[in-house]
Design a protein around this ligand. Structure first.
Ligand code: MG
Length: 254
């Protein structure tokens, strides 16, 4: 099942995709899937980010080949950082290139969407806390990341967390292809089978530190091949079984 969040007739709703139709859900998908009976054609609605996380917990250096390209040592435990909810944008929205940076990179990542509050969860039970999976672009001002040492500024600009286009509830996250395409050209291609820390490992680890709430997102790390984007570029994150998250890079006009 593919869950979407969308705007139609001036309101924001959740729905379930069925071919080119969106069937509206009653309330949110976090308390069970209940259809209202109302439906829209997909091309008549605007898809939004499929959830509104209280936090995005992102994982650094979770693919060996990516750690090698950044010349960083492999972490001895999952390396986590936070991206703020204000960084989230949805499909087809613009990533604003901040004036403070001259090197802004894409990072294709499988994102876990939490379905119910999770605290001190074991790896064995971890997947029962998952609503589903979506695509995330962990946009990073690479120059500021190395300049600052810690990562908050480089990862947290408004628009730096494109998310979507849907939450797929039936994905086997242990082995899916994660790719990025810049202006139609493939730049990254990895498989979650190469993750150093798996999805259950990450849920267990993070929930031992902070309570994960419904709608929270864990971005599981990016494979090798990160690189720069510039205003005017189109960036796509494609994950088998989920779909394509497309965004456009624009200049900061503020
Ligand atoms: Mg990342």
């Amino acid at each position: 099942m593919k869950i979407v969040r969308f705007a139609a007739e001036g309101r924001v709703k959740y729905g379930v995709l069925h071919g080119d139709k969106v069937q509206t859900l009653r309330g949110t998908p976090f308390r069970g899937i209940r259809l209202t009976g109302e439906a829209y054609s997909l091309d008549s609605v605007s898809l939004m980010a499929p959830c509104q996380p209280s936090k995005i917990v992102a994982i650094g250096l979770n693919y060996r080949t990516h750690a090698q390209e950044l010349k960083m040592p492999l972490p001895a435990a999952p390396l986590i950082f936070l991206k703020p909810p204000t960084a989230v944008i949805g499909p087809e929205e613009c990533i604003i290139y901040p004036a403070a940076s001259s090197r802004v990179d894409y990072e294709a990542e499988l994102a876990v969407v939490i379905g119910k509050a999770a605290r001190h969860v074991s790896t064995t039970n971890a997947l029962s806390y998952v609503l589903g999976y979506t695509c995330c672009n962990d946009v990073t001002a690479r120059d500021l990341q190395s300049q600052d040492g810690q990562w908050t500024r480089s990862k947290s600009f408004d628009t730096f967390a494109p998310t979507g286009p849907c939450i797929e509830t039936e994905l086997d996250a242990a082995n899916v292809s994660v790719a990025s395409y810049l202006n139609g050209e493939r730049k990254q291609q990895g498989s979650t089978s190469d993750l150093i820390y798996s999805v259950p490992d990450l849920i267990s680890f993070v929930s031992g530190i902070m309570t994960l709430l419904p709608g929270d997102v864990i971005a599981t790390g990016t494979p090798v091949g990160v690189g720069p984007m510039f205003p005017g570029d189109t960036i796509e994150i494609r994950i088998d079984g989920i779909g394509t998250l497309r965004n456009y890079v624009t200049k900061d006009r503020s």
